[in-house]
Design a protein. Structure first.
Ligand code: SF4
Length: 557
């Protein structure tokens, strides 16, 4: 067996992690090494069931004085076996100590009445107690829902298995390589990290032969929608205040809106919109991002509580960005996705688009995939954008003369259509900024967009494939449906801006679009665009980890 060097040696391993490792090594890696965690109904319920034992921290008498006693929530560490644990309960009886581990749910209907992962966790606690001088040969698992205890004897077999798993866990950490996902395992169905791990998706993408399959064997992505609500504060002089468990929006003396904090996904403040200190502190403590925009919708920053712990991913991102060849491969796929999706938008919505134009966009997409430099790729993207925007006026079905589209212009946009496009691109940059941040990336370091002070280059990279199917589509839908009128725009100097009412209409359209559930073209399940943004960011992270070779852009059909 390979001996781990002093430098590779992880800190003491929590016994809880040993449980995760025994359940699924990849789960342990994602939680322990990558610092990712996500609740599901089981984990929330588990915490609730555990609340009594977690209430206070207990102490145990010295090993020499062990008599009859009970102590709850006791922390102990054992350096020889390399374990640290919080014991839910310890019972001292006749000179022996017995650890009791609380588990939610019912006694499982399996031989021995307990899963291996739980037995190993309990045994590690027993070994830690022994190392600290206590006599300990057995433990109990208490199943909260069935109110039953299952006795576990720390026999030679279980002790050896526990020690072997501790060593295997250390080797896994030292290898710096994420274990492969389980294949079609029922464990994934109950796993709260399935949305981060993407077991079926990664197994599917790892095998290139699968790519031609029409309906892959990918289980449903859960939850398909992100039901947390974003709060946009756009009007002049608006202030966000905390009131108990809610946030209220005030304009001078009038309350203009409110939202429950636990239902909040993020806050976006525009222009002079403000937030009070108590509200700000609460939001940071709950790790909800606050985004800041100029009046015109330019995203210029955000605040968040403790940042993401996935330092491993950031190291990989920086190494990838340094490597011109690998960066180009990613950039090619972003541009490829962008061109093909803009082609689909024209094919679907421009009744007069010629086959020639569709063919040339297809050709440019394939040229993007085989381009030999970033410079060439930029040229290809520029050419495709010119063709696409030359048709954009055909997507607007207006008989009115108050708006039309001639060409793409910005800084400042000179007509209502360009104003809405620019505004939505700004909102999308923020969306990807937040998604990348919460998935552990540094949004400022991209592979296609080059680093420049204050430019969220990776957010811009990731939104390329979604520009036409989200921002552009929302734009022409709003105009075509008559959801925007001339009164929603103001001409100022050289440019045109949206009024507060206009901004609200645009944001409504945007939220409606990204909450729409669509069938994922690769994986076959239905999922909202907002969740797709997250899936794409996770797939990108798996490319950086070397789990899949090629980044698969989201290609709408
Ligand atoms: S989803 Fe499955 S493979 Fe992925 S971490 Fe969970 S149990 Fe392991």
């Amino acid at each position: 067996m390979r001996k781990i060097s002093e430098f590779e040696m992880p800190d003491l391993i929590p016994a809880r992690m040993l449980n995760e490792f025994t359940y699924c090594p990849r789960l342990c890696y994602i939680e322990w090494v990558e610092g990712e965690f996500e609740d599901n109904a089981d984990t929330v319920d588990g915490r609730f069931q555990h609340r009594r034992v977690d209430q206070s921290q207990g102490v145990v008498p010295n090993p020499e004085e062990v008599a009859d006693f009970t102590a709850r929530s006791v922390d102990i560490s054992a350096h020889e076996i390399g374990i640290v644990c919080r014991l839910d309960l310890i019972e001292g009886k006749d000179g022996h100590v017995i650890p009791v581990e609380y588990k939610r749910g019912y006694v499982p209907k399996i031989e021995g009445g307990a899963y291996e992962s739980d037995k190993v966790q309990l045994c590690a606690q027993g070994l830690a107690l022994k190392e600290n001088g206590y006599e300990c040969n057995e433990g109990l698992i208490y199943f909260v829902k069935s109110k039953q205890k299952v006795q576990i004897t720390f026999n030679e077999l279980l002790v050896n298995r526990t020690k072997q798993l501790i060593n295997n866990l250390r080797l896994m950490i030292a290898s710096e390589k994420i274990p492969s996902p389980l294949v079609e395992s029922s464990r994934c169905v109950r796993c709260s990290l399935a949305g981060i791990c993407l077991p079926d998706e990664i197994n599917f993408l790892k095998n290139p032969e699968n790519r031609n399959e029409e309906i892959p064997q990918v289980r449903k992505f859960l939850p398909p929608r992100d039901d947390q609500i974003p709060l946009y504060v756009t009007g002049y002089g608006q202030t966000v205040r905390k009131k108990g468990e809610r946030l209220e929006v005030w304009s001078n003396r009038d309350k203009t809106g409110e939202v429950k904090i636990r239902e909040l996904s993020q806050i976006s403040l525009y222009g002079s919109a403000d937030i009070t200190s108590p509200a700000f502190t609460e939001i940071l403590q709950r790790n909800i991002p606050i985004n800041y925009f100029s009046y015109g919708g330019w995203f210029y920053g955000f605040s968040q509580g403790n940042s993401h712990k996935n330092v491993e991913l950031r190291i990989k991102q920086f190494a990838f960005a340094e490597d011109k060849k690998r960066s180009l491969k990613l950039a090619q796929m972003f541009v490829y996705g962008k061109i093909l999706n803009s082609r689909t938008i024209l094919r679907r919505n421009d009744g007069e688009v010629s086959d020639e134009i569709l063919k040339s966009l297809k050709k440019l997409a394939s040229d993007a995939k085989s381009s030999n430099s970033l410079q060439t790729l930029l040229g290809i993207e520029g050419g495709a954008a010119q063709i696409y925007f030359s048709r954009f006026n055909n997507l607007l079905k207006s008989d009115d003369s108050w708006y039309s589209f001639e060409n793409r212009n910005r800084r400042p946009p000179k007509d209502p259509v360009n104003t809405v496009l620019s505004y939505l691109y700004g909102v999308m940059v923020k969306e990807f900024f937040v998604t990348l941040n919460t998935t552990g990336f540094d949004p400022y370091l991209g592979f296609y967009h080059q680093p420049r002070y204050g430019r969220p280059a990776l957010a811009l990279d990731m939104m390329e494939e979604f520009r036409s199917i989200i921002a552009d589509s929302v734009t022409f839908t709003l105009f075509n449906n008559g959801e925007l009128s001339e009164r929603d725009f103001i001409s100022r100097g050289l440019g045109v801006t949206l009024t507060p009412t206009g901004k609200k209409a645009v944001l409504r359209g945007y939220e409606r679009r990204i909450s729409t559930e669509v069938k994922h073209p690769l994986f076959g399940y239905k999922v909202s665009y907002r969740r797709i943004f997250e899936v794409q960011a996770r797939l990108l992270s798996r490319v950086l980890h070397g789990e899949i070779d090629v980044y698969p852009p989201f290609l709408t059909r």
